[in-house]
Ligand binder design. Structure first.
Ligand code: ATP
Ligand code: BTN
Length: 280
């Protein structure tokens, strides 16, 4: 923790990673309600694209759909990035896509792919759970919460990323669904190292997106999911749609074949559950 705090406060991260944009300003808090909330405030005040807010502890970390995100001090990486891409509003889902690809790349570059779980071995290692979770051996290791200010174009985006790094255990209600790198690999991981790798990867994927590589990125994203052909339930408010996942479409929407129809779901407002009775 001291290392993370010091490096950030002494402004040493950016010169080390040599990014052009992401991390150009790094703001650190020992404890804050939520880095997403803070980043949204800063974005409204005009902070530049690439500003990163990092906290050691969040007292009211948030997930999608108003859920809580457990963010104890000294253990995880809790951060939010302000981006101001020159993109039309319908392209907003791409920001979650690049964040999840960047999280995978950063984690896979730690201690070699063999250890962390590599491409093509989705069930054994890391995989993306549509639309915003990163699973390690089926348990949630990281989550992404993308929040937007839109007009016809994107005004700004806050991409919030939470990675469970050095937790030894989770509260009972999360015990069966959450995991950390420490629980899996039985040793402490260096959060500063992960942060630096992550910022480098995010910049790389972000610039690819701005360079019109959106459809290629969706292809790479899809490859890291283990969902096509699976029987699932999609929860949309009170409604539950049952069906088989046909594909992921051009902006990351999920296409579900349900009762002879093809339904299209956007990431923003629905939850996906693999049907237990049919789980392979
Ligand atoms: P969805 O399929 O909709 O993504 P989800 O249950 O994964 O469903 P999210 O909104 O993505 O929901 O994530 C929030 C949920 O993650 C919380 O309700 C809680 O169950 C779980 N959670 C909270 N904190 C953590 C954490 N640090 N690590 C892993 N999981 C967590
Ligand atoms: C989810 O799985 O629903 C997304 C979880 C996102 C958690 C991160 S931690 C940093 C940032 N600040 C927050 O309050 N949430 C995100």
């Amino acid at each position: 923790m001291a290392k993370l705090r010091e490096a950030i406060l002494q402004d040493k991260v950016l010169p080390q990673i040599k990014n052009r944009e992401i991390g150009s300003r790094l703001i650190f808090f020992d404890r804050i309600e939520s880095t997403n909330l803070k980043a949204k405030e800063l974005a409204k005040e005009g902070y530049p694209s690439g500003t990163v807010v990092v906290a050691d502890e969040q007292t009211a970390g948030r997930g999608r759909l108003g859920r809580n995100w457990y963010s104890p001090g000294g253990t995880g990486l809790w951060l939010s990035i302000i981006l101001r891409p020159d993109l039309p509003a319908p392209d907003a889902p791409f920001l979650t896509v690049i964040a999840s690809l960047a999280v995978l790349e950063a984690l896979e570059s730690l201690g070699g792919k063999e250890e962390i779980g590599r491409k093509g071995q989705v069930n054994k290692g890391l995989e993306i759970k549509w639309p915003n979770d990163i699973l390690l051996e089926g348990k949630k290791l990281a989550g992404i919460l993308t929040e937007l200010s839109l007009s016809r174009k994107i005004n700004y985006v806050v991409v919030g990323i939470g990675i469970n790094v050095n937790q030894d255990f989770f509260p009972a209600e999360l015990n069966n669904i959450a995991t950390s790198l420490k629980i899996k690999y039985k040793k402490d991981q260096d959060r500063l190292e992960i942060l630096k790798k992550l910022l480098v990867s995010i910049e790389k994927y972000y610039y690819r997106l701005l360079n019109q590589e959106g459809s290629q990125l969706i292809g790479e994203w899809k490859e890291r999911m283990n969902i096509i052909g699976k029987e699932v339930n999609i929860h949309d408010n009170e409604k539950v749609y049952q069906g088989r996942v046909l594909d992921i479409a051009e902006r990351g929407e999920l296409l579900l074949e349900s009762q002879g129809e093809v339904l299209r779901f956007w990431a923003g407002d629905v939850s996906l559950r693999t049907r237990p009775e049919l789980r392979k």
